[in-house]
Write a protein of this length. Structure first.
Length: 429
């Protein structure tokens, strides 16, 4: 079968960084195993990508000096006393706009000449950026956009958390719909892939897209080698080791994890312990709370550690507790499930779609007090029933296996082929 020729537009692709750049890298790497790709990305990714390009064609786009200076100012201004993400995303748009324009100028003619079968645009993952290349994809080469994900509001019972996370600036997001080419991108893309049910519904409402052009595809995945074998029992006999992995910021909910562990210990009399992997603005307050809530040997803060080393903590733990109230995706839950850890999470956003009733517990985030209590109940049930834990552990590994990057690449290839068939059936416009 002939391999598809795919132009991949990914401003953020980097195997050495976390979050969106790493997701972009894994998509590019896995899709490149099935298709002939040309990756167009930002020059900042060059050093890391050159170590792993393995003969793949990559084109790096430099930003003008004024854009570089602008972003440095924006990053410094919006990162004081915590990161104001809504303001940072809004003010840093010129960085993406420069990349978007240069990519179009560079590859418009090749796309129009039919040198590619398809264009795939993905990062930044946030669903509020135009893709200028859609202008060249109106005749014979379709555009597949996504997965895109974002826009999730804070739960109503977490207004104080929303305030700490600068939610008052969220109105800036609505302004993106007035960016030239934004609506055109979504309405003219052959397929739009949404990374969560919330984002899928938001895009459907905003653009009134046909159901057959808007699909659900979670953006996160796992490396196959991280899948553990079956686990016979708790890592340490008589101890339920809980694990939290994430930035120590208000919405991630490490404080609720601490309170939940205390309540579960009191309710069961079991030795339940918590390791908190990560760092952030709330660490000092969390360490003080831990001293008030738990014995010294029941909680451990590791601080920031490298991504590769988190695997050691997953393998030494029994259950993953992550009551974050605003996760678009939640890759850490997949990493935990790959290691055979049942998950106890908040059912809000993408992370609630990863965890099933067989692989863990998920609870609606009605309030901080209620969610802390609910999470403690899940921990208590697991602590008192090792056979239940074993079944959940097996289900977690099975669920995680469906997110392995080779499988996701096959899923994406199926979307590519569908987009081509749809475009072929419609003919040139």
């Amino acid at each position: 079968m002939k391999r598809l020729r795919v132009l991949m537009l990914m401003e953020q692709v980097n195997p050495e960084w976390a979050s969106v750049p790493l997701v972009g890298y894994n998509f590019w790497k896995s899709i490149s195993a099935l298709c002939d790709t040309v990756l167009v990305t930002h020059y900042r990714n060059r050093e890391a990508l050159e170590k792993v390009r393995d003969g793949q064609k990559i084109v790096y786009i430099r930003e003008p000096e004024w854009v570089r200076r602008w972003y440095a100012w924006v990053h410094g201004t919006t990162s004081k006393k915590g990161v104001n993400w809504p303001l940072q995303h809004a003010l840093s748009y010129p960085v993406y706009a420069s990349f978007n324009r240069q990519a179009y100028d560079m590859y418009r003619a090749p796309v129009l000449r039919g040198e590619f079968d398809l264009v795939h645009a993905m990062t930044p993952i946030l669903p509020r950026y135009p893709v200028k290349m859609v202008k060249a994809c109106t005749q014979q080469v379709p555009l597949v956009l996504g997965p895109v994900n974002g826009g999730l509001p804070f739960p109503e019972g977490f207004s104080e958390t929303a305030r700490k996370e600068f939610a008052a600036f969220n109105f800036l997001r609505s302004g993106t719909r007035f960016i030239p080419g934004y609506a055109e991108t979504y309405r003219n893309a052959e397929l739009v892939l949404a990374g969560s049910s919330y984002t899928q519904g938001m895009l459907q409402e905003r653009f009134d897209l046909p159901d057959d052009s808007l699909r659900l595809m979670f953006e996160n995945g796992i490396r196959e080698e991280t899948l553990s074998g079956p686990r016979a029992g708790f890592a340490r006999p008589g101890v339920l080791q809980a694990l939290f992995v994430g930035r120590l910021v208000p919405y991630k909910g490490a404080d609720m994890a601490l309170r939940a562990v205390r309540m579960a210990r009191e309710a069961t009399g079991k030795d339940i312990r918590l390791t908190i992997v990560g760092d952030g603005s709330e660490r000092a307050a969390l360490e003080q709370l831990a001293a008030e809530q738990l014995p010294e040997d029941a909680v451990h803060f590791t601080g920031w550690i490298e991504q590769e080393k988190t695997a050691d903590y997953y393998s030494q733990s029994d259950v993953f507790v992550f009551p974050s109230v605003r996760e678009f995706g939640g890759a850490v839950a997949l990493e935990a499930m790959a290691a055979g850890l049942p998950c106890v999470v908040a059912d809000h956003g993408g992370i609630g779609e990863y965890v099933t009733s067989e692989s863990g517990y998920k609870y609606p985030p009605n309030s901080r007090e209620q969610l802390s209590y609910d999470v403690s109940q899940g921990l208590a049930e697991i602590a008192e029933n090792e056979e239940l834990w074993r079944k959940m552990s097996d289900a977690a590994r099975e669920q995680a296996a469906s997110f392995a990057w080779p499988r996701k690449a096959e899923q994406m290839l199926a979307f590519f082929e569908e987009a081509l068939e749809r475009r072929k059936g419609r003919g040139p416009e």
